[in-house]
Design a binder for this molecule. Structure first.
Ligand code: CA
Length: 224
């Protein structure tokens, strides 16, 4: 597993690199946003740990350029403060997870393992519904034969609901299943992800599959 760390604080960067190497990961370092972005564009990493506050180009911009080029490398953002706006901004920009500084290395390691494991878990079951086809093994989604590009989180969210059509998923359950987190009242993150998913999966098509169950949550279902 190959991980890129984009972090300008030398102490943090070397501490992370050392810890990750000890845990068997191949680690590369970039000290600013431009170098980080170039490495991400040129190489195929399993994960990028991206600090938000970076010289030359900040983490948000690195992430948005990456996603605009349709590069779906998993990204764990490191943010300096825990705010709902930052969380939502990160997810809207296409981050897969985020961690607030300062954090314990064990916490980082747990997040990384979860992120990497999610992709390693393969289930061969394919789901077909109203022109939508989800290939769970290849992580490929098409609707009416048109390829739909989803971030890993969006894919997980879609798969979670599509595997159990008609079942209502509360925001809390979605947050726990997809982000491994307890969001309590902060379910904005789920709403944002659902909105992004709808834009890709439902908006261009007549038959809507993702439904809002007012006051409860969301459900995936074909309704005629
Ligand atoms: Ca920094």
């Amino acid at each position: 597993m190959r991980i890129l760390i984009v972090e300008d604080e030398k102490k943090t960067a070397s501490f992370l690199a050392k810890g990750l190497k000890e845990n068997g990961y191949a680690v590369e370092l970039a000290e600013n946003g431009i170098d980080g972005l170039n490495l991400l564009l040129q190489n195929d990493y399993d994960l990028a740990i991206l600090d938000v506050m970076l010289p030359l180009l900040d983490g948000w911009s690195v992430l948005s350029v990456l996603r605009s080029k349709n590069i779906q490398t998993r990204v764990l953002l490191l943010t300096a403060r825990d705010s709902v706006e930052d969380r939502v901004k990160g997810l809207e920009a296409g981050a897969d997870d985020y961690l607030v500084k300062p954090f314990a290395f064990s916490e980082l390691l747990a997040r990384i393992r979860t992120l990497l494991r999610r992709v390693a878990v393969t289930e061969s079951q394919n789901i077909v519904c109203a022109g939508l086809e989800i290939d769970a093994l290849k992580h490929r989604v098409t609707r009416d034969g048109i390829r739909i590009d989803l971030t890993p989180k969006e894919f997980q969210l879609l798969l979670l609901m599509a595997r159990r059509p008609g079942e209502v998923f509360s925001r809390t359950v979605i947050a726990e299943q997809v982000w491994d987190m307890n969001f309590d009242s902060d379910t904005n993150v789920v709403d944002v992800a659902i909105r992004r998913l709808r834009t890709k999966v439902d908006d261009p098509f007549d038959n809507k599959l993702i439904h809002t169950i007012r006051g409860v949550g969301y459900a995936f279902e074909k309704r005629d």
